[in-house]
Design a protein around this ligand. Structure first.
Ligand code: GTP
Length: 597
């Protein structure tokens, strides 16, 4: 067929197993440009907004491969985000492919993300080419790693290709394996249109640009299209491919990967995972598995100075244009004033957004501790969801509280199983299974999502000396004995500091928060009490001592650079402070609950 020479694939791996290095090496071998050049060219080929702060996402790369016998192939290499927050996007990118290179570091072997990614590929019926990478490392055990893939995932060890992205080993073998093992894309270009959206970005000139895999039919300019998930209709303006910039083309037939611009102004109208069809000749069924992006972690963002409220709102609006998974709405806190409650896919997503707001939009922010979404049944029978601890109802009004759970997979060497199980126990986890993988163990646990939001990953890394790796998925809601802990500073309740916690941990968490706060709140002229309370009852207390000396007194006026540095440090610190009553409270205090004990 017309697609016999097309191969659509992706590279999946655990973090740091060498995905980018190997991809670059493949590009180089096929005469394509690296990521940076590609980005510049992207902006040149199709006229796109060139503005600070709007970075174009990594596009798929179209590559030409010529075999020794002269046969020509088109490879579409589709990038996948490498973090659990974006696993849904990963699964949609994989759905656009027929195969994957599953990379495993020859010195590390199979890790948690290797397994989760492999299963995403298996769920999508993809051909998996196992690649044992970094074989140049002195500690490499390529056969061992291949054996692990067979034991854990059931991929025959003899299928593995041995490679090194860094040393450039095994690249010809990988290219041949792509041609021989990954099937060409199926699909009838005459059938009713069915195209899967696997990524998108917003551009001020073109509107939303959708990255699509055409499964059936053909996408052409002027075509009236409909989105299955939202029911919205548009007319295709331009289509094209990635060669490697966004190049305008005539049509995208079944089997191809490309982009579509259709004057879509709102990224929520055409979301990742949704199916595009022709309005007047629809395909009977959409591609399965569409889930509109839904934030699962919430945090309040407040400007440190009230004058920046508008600027923050404008920045959030701008970010949202490009990120369907990010939400925000105005919120008012007694302590922090006017700000926004923001929703994210996970902690990393939250960090990325906050970092962009501060760097690209030059904002100084106070962020409140992240919280999950709780489902509360009141004694009067009403059920509602809340992700804001400040809004949590009082004990006497609550009949039942449910909280989100995750299925957590952790890989570690055998010797760390004990400490890791203990950590999971502390986090209210219950074991599902335990699998041996050579000398390592995979633990599968069900754990309340809230329990891994605070310092879990750091603790895991430290108790396993960095050897444990984790991944997770959401598995729904379960009842829990949860309490709201309020925090008082100088005898005033600070609403933005409230946290929801399991009854068994309320005391220890309250203790941790007040101790940390007493440590980070700068000394005042008078002692400041910091207290944790449940329903008005004090469960922990600490005191910020009254201050004594001027901080500059230490410098004796001698070392001027040191003095400057100190002042700068103070200035920086000051920018991230919030006045609460008579007390200045720094950002760290709002995240005291996140600190590692
Ligand atoms: P993320 O983008 O963070 O997921 O990482 P990645 O999987 O793309 O890995 P990346 O290519 O950035 O490589 C991670 C580290 O491993 C870097 O320090 C690389 O220099 C190193 N590395 C990558 N490939 C090889 C290899 O074949 N041999 C050796 N010795 N080191 C490698």
């Amino acid at each position: 067929g017309p697609t016999a020479n097309i191969r659509n694939f992706s590279i999946i791996a655990h973090v740091d197993h060498g995905k980018s290095t190997l991809a670059d090496r493949i590009l180089e071998r096929l005469g394509a440009m690296g990521e940076r050049d590609k980005r510049d060219q992207t902006l040149d080929t199709l006229e796109l907004e060139r503005e600070r702060g709007i970075t174009i996402k990594s596009t798929p790369i179209r590559l030409n491969y010529r075999r020794e016998n002269g046969e020509e192939y088109v490879f579409n290499l589709i990038d996948t985000p490498g973090h659990v927050d974006f696993n849904y996007e990963v699964s949609r990118s994989l759905a656009a492919c027929e195969g994957v290179l599953l990379l495993v570091d020859a010195s590390q072997g199979v890790e948690a993300q290797t397994i989760v990614n492999a299963y995403l590929a298996i769920d999508n019926n993809l051909e998996i080419i196992p690649v044992v990478n970094k074989i140049d490392l002195p500690a490499a055990d390529p056969e061992g790693a291949a054996q692990e893939l067979e034991e854990v995932i059931g991929i025959p060890a003899e299928d593995a290709v041995f490679a090194s992205g860094k040393a450039g080993l095994g690249i010809p073998e990988i290219l041949e394996a792509i041609v021989e093992r990954i099937p060409p894309p199926p699909g009838d270009p005459q059938a009713p249109l069915k195209a899967l959206i696997f990524d998108s970005f917003y551009d001020a000139y073109q509107g939303v640009i959708l990255f699509v895999r055409v499964l059936e039919g053909t996408l052409t300019p002027k075509q009236p299209i409909m989105l299955f998930g939202t029911g919205k209709t548009f007319e295709v303006d331009k289509v094209g491919t990635f060669t490697p910039g966004l190049v305008v083309g005539d049509s995208l037939p079944a089997g191809t990967v490309g982009w579509v611009a259709a004057g879509i102004k709102d990224i929520h109208d055409a979301q990742v995972g949704d199916t595009i069809t022709q309005k007047d000749r629809p395909t009977p069924e959409p591609f399965p598995g569409f889930k509109p992006a839904q934030p699962v972690v919430f945090s309040g963002l407040y400007p440190t100075s009230t004058e920046e409220y508008r600027k923050l709102r404008d920045a959030l609006e701008k970010l949202k244009l490009n990120d369907a998974a990010f939400t925000f709405e105005p919120e008012t806190s007694e302590a922090l004033g006017f700000g926004f409650r923001c929703g994210f896919l996970g902690l990393l997503h939250a960090e990325i957004v906050q970092e962009r707001l501060e760097r690209e939009f030059d904002l100084d922010l106070i962020a409140t501790a992240p919280a999950v979404v709780y489902r509360v049944t009141l004694t009067n029978g009403d059920v509602f969801e809340t992700q804001n601890p400040a809004e949590f109802p009082t004990r006497d009004r609550i009949d039942m509280v449910e909280e989100p759970y995750i299925k957590l997979s952790i890989m570690q060497p055998e010797e760390y199983v004990g400490p890791v199980m203990q950590l999971l126990q502390e986090r209210r986890g219950s074991m599902v299974t335990m699998n041996y993988v050579g000398k390592r163990v995979e633990l599968i646990y069900e754990v309340p999502f809230a329990e891994i939001l605070y310092d879990f990953h750091d603790r895991l890394k430290s108790i396993s000396r960095g050897y444990a790796s984790m991944d997770y998925e959401q598995i729904g809601y379960r009842e829990g004995d949860l309490r709201k802990v309020d925090i008082q500073v100088n005898n005033e309740v600070v609403d933005a500091l409230a946290v929801i916690v399991h009854e068994d941990k309320a005391y220890s968490l309250g203790r941790k928060i007040v101790d940390k706060m007493a440590e980070v709140i700068p000394r005042q002229m008078f002692p400041v009490p910091v207290q944790a309370t449940i329903g008005g009852k004090i469960i922990a207390r600490a005191t910020v001592k009254a201050y004594r000396k001027d901080v500059l007194a230490k410098c004796y006026g001698g070392d001027i650079t040191r003095k400057k540095k100190l002042l700068e440090k103070q200035k920086k610190g000051r920018a991230r402070m919030k006045q609460i009553g008579t007390v200045e409270v720094p950002q760290e205090a709002f995240l005291a609950v996140l600190s590692t004990d």
